[in-house]
Design a protein around this ligand. Structure first.
Ligand code: C5P
Length: 253
């Protein structure tokens, strides 16, 4: 039997060649990293929860007409996705000041912003993903001005969707990051939401208590990360059973 081909291993996920041309299998690891991998741990069950949560959000987006790379979930830790060319940008949408924005501008975390703000970081770990203005993006050819307009429109739709879904279960969407990929249909390019949408890439605060239900629990040592993600999954009705006992991946020879 052939060993499946590893395409890329990142901090939280692994990509394998998929069963059909134009597809990949995306595997969710239990590894948690923060501060550009300066802080690392293994949180049992995190990969299973993020696989489910990302499936939930990507499916929902597709249903409201926002294209994504997601095809279907394969098992507890893997999903089938469409191959795409990742645009080297982290697209961040903020509704409330937190994290690097609060720090940069000396704002109190939780301050409501006058409107959702979209910002871009250049995806490069060795540079620490620096914030970049749209001028750089167009000038350096990472994305055209038309792409940028489309990316902002997609990001704001994702924001409306996740904010609404979360509000319905008593959670405030403070901010989030998405990545955008290009899919080619012959000569035509389509932009799709790629990577993952999960509490690893969002800030989620309980509306009543302010409890943090996202990766800041790990970044700031605020308690048990798997408990926080389980709470989000439970409220959304996507809780898998036995998350702690999911086996590690085995490559088939
Ligand atoms: O750290 P910062 O405040 O800029 O993060 C904004 C949002 O983007 C947060 O929800 C964070 O989890 C997410 N993010 C991410 N991956 C990064 C940087 C930020 O998912 N590399």
């Amino acid at each position: 039997m052939a060993r499946r081909k590893l395409i890329y291993e990142g901090k939280a996920k692994i990509l394998y060649d998929g069963p059909e041309p134009g597809t990949y299998v995306q595997y969710f690891k239990d590894d948690a990293t923060a501060f550009n991998a300066g802080k690392k741990d293994v949180i049992e069950g995190k990969g299973v929860l993020n696989n489910r949560l990302s499936e939930f959000f990507m499916n929902g987006l597709q249903q409201i007409g926002v294209p994504t790379h997601f095809i279907k979930r394969l098992n507890m830790r893997e999903q089938l996705i469409r191959q795409c060319e990742i645009i080297p940008l982290e697209v961040i949408v903020r509704n409330y000041a937190a994290g690097t924005m609060a720090k940069r501008l000396g704002m109190e975390e939780g301050t409501q912003l006058p409107r959702p703000i979209v910002e871009f970081s250049y995806k490069d770990d060795s540079l620490g993903d620096p914030l970049v203005p749209e001028e750089y993006i167009a000038a350096f050819g990472w994305a055209s001005q038309q792409d940028l307009d489309d990316i902002v429109s997609i990001a704001l739709k994702v924001n409306d969707f996740i904010s609404g879904v979360m509000y319905g279960v008593g959670i405030k969407l403070v901010d989030f990051k998405i990545e955008i990929g290009r899919v080619w249909d012959n000569d035509f390019q389509r932009l799709v939401v790629a990577d993952e949408i999960s509490p690893d890439s969002c800030r989620l605060w309980d509306i009543e208590t302010g409890r943090k239900l996202d990766k800041d629990v790990f970044r700031r040592d605020l308690g048990d990360l798997a408990d926080a993600y389980t709470e989000v999954a439970k409220r959304l009705g996507v809780l898998p059973t036995n998350t702690a006992q999911m086996p590690k991946p085995t490559l088939i020879n």
